[in-house]
Design a protein around this ligand. Structure first.
Ligand SMILES: [Zn+2]
Length: 986
């Protein structure tokens, strides 16, 4: 799953928000809520007793009669169970359920008479467990382990005209320990009937009662007798539910084609939402095979993980698609869709058919062609890298207008939000192309890491997300070999970014214990993704890339179609090292990095008397040093890591090859060869390690001198690393503030993008911090001076990028863009004039000649400096453009205004989802909050509209938390904090 990542594009964007059919949405949730509430248990037919002294003949006659009745019931039942898939089309699925008079099949009664909110447990069941002094199995947070699913047969009918669906699921289950209970997940579905039978035999196991237990989102079937161990059974459930107007489970969204609104239904099951679409064992460890059939109107098409095997057309305009059976897989990456998209396709050299499905107008324009093309190449790349072929006959990429995440890696049917997959080459910037590319590389990596081999449980979600995030850089390097993504861009976009978060006292370990379903969304955070990726990169570097790759090949081969925990990975990688004669206990090393939060700062101090002896010490790096005195857990020195510290010695023209020192104690002495008075030391070569390095001041001065004299002796990644370490060490009080500012003095000679990028990322927060202080002007002048020379040297891009040049020009164009952005943000007059000229030319000629790669900077600068007419012009363009990339930057530009009335107008308009897409609305609010003129407006808006926002995003927690952290990023005062608490409680 790819989270919606925004690479920082410009310093001061403003945001906005949304309001739409919150009422409708509440309505629909209310309905399903009522369903859940009204589901009650119908008393089972009472046992009848027949007196023993009836005559034998009568007894015999009754037996025959009973047999006949049972046979008839069985026939009736089978007809009844056909109902969902065959008859339901004519008969809306929202129909009242049967009256429960069918014996044998248990039915839920949801008469209006049931009091809402009542517990649905079977009468007597709970007392029974209380007597045994044991908690009932359905009250456990995890499913009881006595059953496991082997195969699901799922037949669905989707009714797009009223957004409902019904289904019949047959689960073949194996009983591991005898029990009278079947407990599986189901949430917000309406169960109509349940039947249990011994597998392959006709003998039914009588259902005593069944009920939903909403607290744990489970469904419980109580049987009259125990299921026996080592036998398998068939569980049949008929149910119905809504195709919700929210972003989880089986949900709907829409788009406009030729002035007409069209709807589609699509699923998002990860991590715990498959249970909203069908009753299932919804934990990743329960892998099973799935056979899915979907019945829908013939005007739509349906898609699922596997290809369609057969389609059966009916005369009434309905069609049933039967999909091939899946390999063993978990529920969270199962998927289906019902839509009327069109597609383009390609085939890999191993015969995997790749299709991209999207709105017909986007397909016609060719907006999916870039994604389709790189997907084919990337499948070939991964097959070669992992030495494991792609597992399914096809892969569909589905571009949907609305989705809670950037994308989801469903096996064979990956779903992307349009802005992360559609690309119009004539109007996309490099950074947009990079975003699209990396999201696709990420989801494709999951086809192996996640889908083929699945983490055992969500605490190790980083095992799949960390890998997918790391491979975003490795895979992009395959597509664009000159870009050095893994060696360079990884540093600013992942390592520096996550060390900011993980240096807070409130951070958490990358492996997080989690049990409750409603907490599971929260483990998908930047610590799991970015720290996971940074740790994997450190591991790959200290193992050596080729051994690491061999280890991954073994890991995937051993665990394919199964589950694996972190220790399985560590063991396989230790074995791989052993094969090349190295003995490192990877588990011992990595447990310290994954089970402890935060990271160390290493300090290298020279011994004053003996120049070639250094003292290397480690401590837990934390921004708020006082937190260690307040919190004994943080302060008790128990945080230690085994650190693969690489180190090199340099002088004016030369740097030594690196040596590795494993640092595992609080403080250690080491002898460094060739270290003399004039040479400097550099730690963490190419910043492959997940830690910071500090030195004595003399060494910092030597490094600064070296940068000023000949910076190229130190690698690009280390130049960026020194800048980031220095600014952050100073921020946390480990280093005087003048050191980082002295380091960036050499930038006027820096021709590489990465050190500039590292510097600008450190400078923008400092700019905000110093804003309105007396020293601000000095700081501002100083930065402008550093930028001026390079700004003059590079100038502005003169024309649009030629796609064929992108690869070679990437470094140069990204550097030019970075410098222009700094110049315009810090108030370079020429930069402002140039932006205004370009905007004026666009307005007067109605031809947009603004170079693609700096459009966002120009739009934002124009809106913030020029009058209201420019804002109106951009607003108009936002409406008229159809290209998603352009739409996004136009919208962000609108948040750059200084005019509070305009910002307010934008905030209010953003709640209208006809105007601003749901996921974009969040960006609008966050960007308004980042604009100094809009901060309090966004905050006020957030407080006033909290209920609407919360109702709209509901369980899509990540979006909510992104919104909350975005808006509260700039809260400073106690009063604001209180208001914030109050808003969330209301
Ligand atoms: Zn992912």
């Amino acid at each position: 799953m790819a989270l919606d990542e925004k690479r920082e594009k410009s310093a001061s964007f403003t945001p906005m928000m949304i309001e739409e059919d919150a009422a409708l949405r509440n309505g629909s949730r209310g309905l399903s809520g009522q369903w859940a509430d009204a589901v009650g248990v119908r008393p089972r037919t009472t046992e009848r007793h027949i007196t023993v002294h009836k005559r034998l003949v009568l007894g015999f006659a009754i037996s025959i009669l009973a047999l006949l009745v049972v046979t008839m019931i069985a026939v009736l039942l089978s007809v009844r169970f056909e109902e969902c898939s065959t008859a339901a089309a004519a008969d809306s699925p929202a129909r009242a359920s049967g009256n429960g008079s069918l014996p044998g099949a248990a039915r839920l009664n949801h008469d209006a008479g049931e009091p809402p909110g009542r517990q649905e447990e079977a009468p007597g069941e709970e007392e029974e467990w209380q007597r045994r002094r044991q908690p009932p199995p359905w009250t456990q947070l995890r499913l009881p382990r006595h059953l496991r699913p082997l195969h699901y047969n799922l037949m669905l009918s989707a009714f797009m005209e009223n957004f409902t669906f019904c289904g019949e699921v047959n689960v073949q289950i194996e009983c591991l320990n005898a029990s009278r209970y079947i407990v599986l997940h189901a949430h917000r579905v309406h169960i109509e009937a349940v039947q249990v039978a011994e597998d392959k035999l006709s003998g039914a196991v009588r259902v005593s009662s069944f009920f939903l237990y909403p607290q744990n989102q489970v469904f419980v079937v109580v049987l009259n007798r125990s299921l026996e161990a080592q036998r398998s059974y068939n569980l049949k459930i008929i149910y119905s539910a809504l195709i919700e107007n929210e972003l989880l489970g089986f949900f709907r969204s829409s788009y406009v084609l030729h002035g007409e609104r069209r709807f589609l239904g699509v699923t998002q099951f990860s991590p715990t939402h498959a249970r909203k679409a069908f009753p299932c064992f919804d934990e990743p460890i329960y892998k099973a095979t799935f056979k899915i059939s979907i019945k829908h109107q013939a005007t739509y098409l349906s898609l699922s993980n596997m290809p369609v095997e057969t389609s059966v057309f009916e005369e009434d305009g309905w069609v049933t698609d039967h999909f091939s059976q899946t390999p063993l897989m978990s529920t969270y990456y199962l998927a289906w869709a019902v839509c009327n998209f069109t597609y383009r396709e390609t085939t890999t050299k191993n015969g995997v058919v790749v299709r991209l499905y999207a709105r017909p107008d986007a397909i016609r324009r060719g907006s999916g062609d870039y994604a389709l093309n790189i997907t084919r190449r990337l499948i070939e790349f991964y097959e070669d890298y992992f030495k494991v072929p792609y597992s399914l006959p096809k892969l569909d990429l589905l571009a949907v207008p609305k989705h809670p995440y950037a994308a989801m890696e469903n096996w064979g049917l990956s779903v992307f939000v349009e802005q992360r997959i559609l690309l119009d080459p004539s109007i996309s910037s490099i950074s947009y192309l990079l975003d699209v590319t990396m999201v696709i590389v990420h989801e494709l990596c999951h086809q192996w890491f996640g889908d083929l081999v699945t983490p055992v449980w969500w605490e190790d979600v980083w095992l799949k997300e960390g890998f997918a995030h790391y491979f975003e850089f490795v895979g992009t390097d395959y597509l664009y070999p000159g870009w050095n993504m893994e060696k360079q861009r990884f540093l600013t976009d992942v390592l520096h970014e996550v060390m900011l978060l993980d240096g807070l006292a409130s951070s958490h370990p990358v492996s997080q214990e989690v049990q409750r379903a409603t907490d599971i969304d929260r483990v998908f955070d930047w610590i799991a993704y970015k720290k996971g990726a940074a740790l994997i990169r450190m591991l790959a570097n200290f193992m050596g890339h080729s051994v690491f790759q061999m280890g991954l090949q073994d890991y995937l081969t051993i665990h394919k179609y199964g589950n694996a925990a972190r220790n399985d990975l560590w063991n396989t990688l230790s074995e791989a090292l052993k094969k090349v004669g190295k003995f490192v206990n990877i588990q011992e090393v990595m447990d310290q990095w994954t089970l402890q939060m935060g990271y160390p700062v290493i300090t290298i101090m020279r011994n004053e008397t003996a120049d070639n002896i250094v003292v290397i010490s480690q401590e837990h790096f934390i921004y708020d040093i006082d937190a260690k005195t307040r919190d004994p857990d943080l302060g008790n020195n128990s945080y230690l890591w085994q650190i693969p510290l690489t180190i090199a010695v340099g002088n004016t023209s030369h740097i030594s090859s690196e040596a590795i020192i494993w640092v595992s104690n609080k403080s250690e002495h080491h002898r460094i060869a060739a270290l003399d008075e004039t040479s400097w030391l550099l730690g963490n070569i190419n910043q492959t390690g997940y830690f910071r390095v500090n030195y004595d001041i003399r060494n910092w001065r030597l490094l600064i001198d070296q940068l000023m004299r000949n910076h190229e002796v130190i690698s690009v990644s280390n130049r960026a690393g020194l800048i980031d370490d220095a600014f952050n060490l100073a921020r946390a009080g480990y280093l005087p503030q003048n050191i980082p500012l002295e380091i960036i003095r050499y930038l006027s000679e820096e021709k590489d993008f990465l050190p500039w990028h590292a510097a600008s990322r450190a400078l923008y927060p400092l700019d905000k911090l110093l804003d309105r202080t007396e020293n601000y002007n000095i700081f501002n002048e100083y930065i402008l001076k550093q930028v001026a020379a390079m700004y003059l040297k590079l100038g502005w891009p003169t024309n649009n990028l030629n796609r064929s040049l992108v690869q070679a020009a990437y470094q140069h164009e990204e550097l030019r863009r970075e410098v222009i952005m700094l110049a315009c943000s810090f108030g370079n007059k020429h930069c402002h004039q140039q932006a205004a000229t370009l905007i004026s030319d666009w307005i007067s000629s109605n031809r947009n000649r603004i170079p693609l790669n700096v459009r966002d900077v120009v739009y934002c600068t124009g809106v913030s400096l020029m009058d209201e007419d420019v804002w109106e012009f951009i607003w108009m363009k936002f409406h008229s453009t159809t290209a998603v990339s352009e739409k996004k930057i136009l919208l962000e530009a609108l948040t750059c205004s200084d005019d509070r009335n305009l910002l307010n107008r934008l905030l209010n308009l953003s709640l209208n989802s006809e105007v601003v897409l749901d996921q974009d609305a969040i960006d609008v609010i966050i960007h308004v909050a980042r604009n100094p003129h809009g901060r309090d407006l966004a905050w006020k808006f957030f407080r006033e509209k909290w209920k609407i926002l919360n109702a709209r995003y509901g369980e899509a927690l990540f979006m909510n938390s992104k919104l909350i952290s975005g808006v509260t990023e700039f809260l400073n005062t106690e009063e604001e904090l209180n208001e914030y608490d109050q808003a969330l409680q209301d």
